[in-house]
Design a protein around this ligand. Sequence first.
Ligand code: SAM
Length: 332
Amino acid sequence: MTVDIAQSKARGIASIYNSAVAAWAIAALWEIGALDELHRNRTLDAADFARRGGLDVQSTTGLFRALSAVGLVLRQDTVVTPLDGFDEMYRDKSFFHWLGRGSAELFQQIPAVLRTENRTGDHYRRDPAAIAYACREIDQVTYAPTFRAALDRVDFPFTRVADLGCGSGARLMQILDRYPGTTGIGVDIARPSIDVAVKEAAEAGFAERAEFLQGDVLRLERRPEYDDVELLTCFMMGHDFWPRENCVATLRRLREVFPAARRLLIGDATRTSLPDTELPVFTLGFELGHDLMGTFLPTIEDWQSVFEEGGWELVRTNRIEMTVGEVIFELA
Ligand SMILES: C[S@@+](CC[C@H](N)C(=O)[O-])C[C@H]1O[C@@H](n2cnc3c(N)ncnc32)[C@H](O)[C@@H]1O
């Protein structure tokens, strides 16, 4: 009996370890296109995939071995087929990428990041281009349908839009695509994200209608390009407005910098209060990651308490609350 308990504990610990390796594998297999191919064809030969892509056969097979170890695929030598749970993991793959590619350096450096003497200025590093890559799909999984409904509720014609913290520019391009005759500006603090956005806007045929500027949304100055923006959107960076006094000041500043703005849509994650043993995918990594970065995560109630003071009227709160307390506020 004792032996059985000891063995099952050992299996439990092995499964925690193997899950950690599998999380890295999911992020990588998505980025190299292998997850998409397996999802589409329902079978994949890792060796063949590796050779076609100029990848190391042994390591590529090893990534699928990690998926097999946690029961996501059945592996027979180099050939794999999906098992129960694969499609759910496939839907959630961007959360693994956020952790294992975009935020890897932050988690790798935890002992240094924890030290209070180090927690000033840029005390951590993440990969902005990888974060933008994951966020594009996180958006589709979480915010996209509610965002489209919020756009449909904008009750005035608009021709100019600005997206704050635009990342790879996907949201701005979605809006331009949906509303012909509009033009837009994306603002982001990270040069790599701006470079990706400029390139992808050109490829998608939006070069004439979209421009991207590097800038800090928390310290924007008026510029002619902002004067006639009527619709403002800000997704997955609103928590950077906080703490409270800064958030109120930023909301007020947006009114001055964008004098023609009539609607502001803020979509973001909020702090959850679920029991430790009931946390869904993403919540734990997202909240610990933001604690490590020293970023305050407001609750929905925190947000609702600042709008009036910030000069905006809350028209509607859309609670999505899929993994990390996602919400979209419609402000006028
Ligand atoms: C999580 S990503 C979200 C990207 C995009 N808004 C989306 O919905 O997919 C957050 C983005 O906000 C940008 N960001 C963070 N702080 C910023 C600031 N103070 N000013 C401008 N951009 C900022 C980051 O560089 C990153 O591209």
